[in-house]
Design a binder for this molecule. Structure first.
Ligand SMILES: NC(=O)c1ccc[n+]([C@@H]2O[C@H](COP(=O)([O-])OP(=O)(O)OC[C@H]3O[C@@H](n4cnc5c(N)ncnc54)[C@H](OP(=O)(O)O)[C@@H]3O)[C@@H](O)[C@H]2O)c1
Length: 274
């Protein structure tokens, strides 16, 4: 597994991460404390950790924090980079602090590496949310602050609302078939040294079936999924977080972190999907 600098954090994080949002049905079942299918999901996360994946993304809304806790049991905490998120109805100070404590408990850890605002909420002043984040950083419970589904203007506002900390990451939909991030966010992240966590990196499951990847796939001996992930992970700021629900897929996807696409292969894909 290749490890890359994660923004200005001084941490090196696996070039490929794991996402742990499953589907609305699973979230609803988890609300009712049903755990059907959770064993395979834990096996999947564990399989990823075995290959050296250190970045695991979850959220209070996903109901997968307990699965992450189960998967990391017995592992060295400082070799992991745990990212979770606060839902937009919890962005006032007291709500955010309570959400954070609940996430800590569910993850079974004493600190979180990256706490992200899941979606912006225009009804809550950004300064209040970010001041609460800085309180957590000051208390040593939170290492780094991130946001998700923010546009460039909102990212700038978040940065300006963090006088004592850096904004370390922004998480958005980004893949070969969804490239809006390239318009302004990605160049900004590159310039500012902000990590870009790419969700739906496999186009929400479309890319592993996309024949346009075949020429690069057969030239490199990589699967289509690996090619699609390497295209993302080859960009210095970008960390793809494909969903981890099936061990075979997780191991295959983690394999993308073992190498890089050549410049020519990357350019061919750029052109094909533009
Ligand atoms: N911040 C946000 O608002 C937000 C929104 C959406 C998602 N996310 C994050 O992004 C993560 C990924 O999103 P996603 O799961 O919807 O999209 P994705 O990773 O692009 O695609 C997942 C789909 O691809 C399949 N797949 C994965 N690896 C494969 C492989 N090697 N070969 C063939 N098929 C493969 C999966 O099947 P299997 O499940 O059977 O492996 C699943 O159907 C989520 O888990 C979550 O952490 C964040």
């Amino acid at each position: 597994m290749r490890y890359k600098e994660f923004a200005k954090t001084g941490r090196k994080v696996s070039a490929v991460g794991m996402g742990t949002y499953y589907d609305p049905l699973w979230v609803a079942a988890a609300f009712m404390a049903w755990r059907r299918g959770s064993e395979r999901k834990v096996d999947a996360i564990k399989a990823g950790l075995e290959t050296g994946v250190s970045l695991v993304d979850t959220a209070e809304i996903y109901k997968s924090e307990p699965l992450v806790a189960e998967s990391i049991r017995g592992r060295k905490r400082d070799e992991l980079f745990l990212a979770t998120k606060v839902w937009p109805n919890h962005l006032h100070r007291d709500d955010l602090l309570r959400s954070f404590e609940r996430s800590l408990r569910r993850l079974g850890t004493s600190y979180i590496d990256l706490y992200q605002v899941h979606w912006p909420n225009p009804r809550v002043p950004m300064r209040e949310t970010m001041a609460a984040m800085e309180e957590l950083v000051g208390a040593g419970k939170l290492m780094h602050v991130g946001v998700s589904n923010f546009n460039l203007e909102q990212v700038r506002e978040a940065q300006e609302s963090l006088p004592k900390s850096e904004l370390s990451s922004v998480q958005v939909d980004y893949s070969l078939i969804h490239r809006r991030a390239e318009k302004d966010l990605l160049p900004y992240c590159d310039r500012e040294k902000i990590a870009l966590l790419a969700y739906y990196p496999l186009g929400h499951g479309k890319l592993p079936n996309d024949h346009r990847l075949d020429p690069v796939s057969s030239r490199t001996g990589r699967t289509r999924a690996q090619v699609a992930l390497q295209w993302l992970a080859g960009k210095p700021a970008v960390f793809p977080i494909p969903r981890a629900s099936r061990p075979e897929h997780v191991v295959e996807n983690a394999g993308a972190g073992d190498g890089e696409l050549s410049e020519a292969d990357g350019a061919e894909l750029d052109a094909k999907y533009r």
